[in-house]
Ligand binder design. Structure first.
Ligand SMILES: [Zn+2]
Length: 60
């Protein structure tokens, strides 16, 4: 999984293998191809998300 930024500047996770942009938080795998997402990758994504919220003040 890679973290990328959408046009609104918010981080999203994209799969390395199939390029889809969502994964299953219950099992930490890609919805589409089943590639596992490591804890480190999830942590990096959540950190990027926190930074985005702090920057924009736009916490959902
Ligand atoms: Zn995938």
């Amino acid at each position: 999984m890679v973290v990328f930024y959408n046009p609104q500047g918010a981080p999203e996770l994209a799969c390395n293998e199939c390029g889809c942009r969502w994964y299953d938080r219950m099992t930490n795998t890609c919805y589409d191809c089943g590639t596992e997402v490591s804890d480190a990758e999830v942590a990096a994504f959540e950190k990027a998300l926190e930074q985005h919220y702090e920057k924009t003040g736009n916490r959902p």
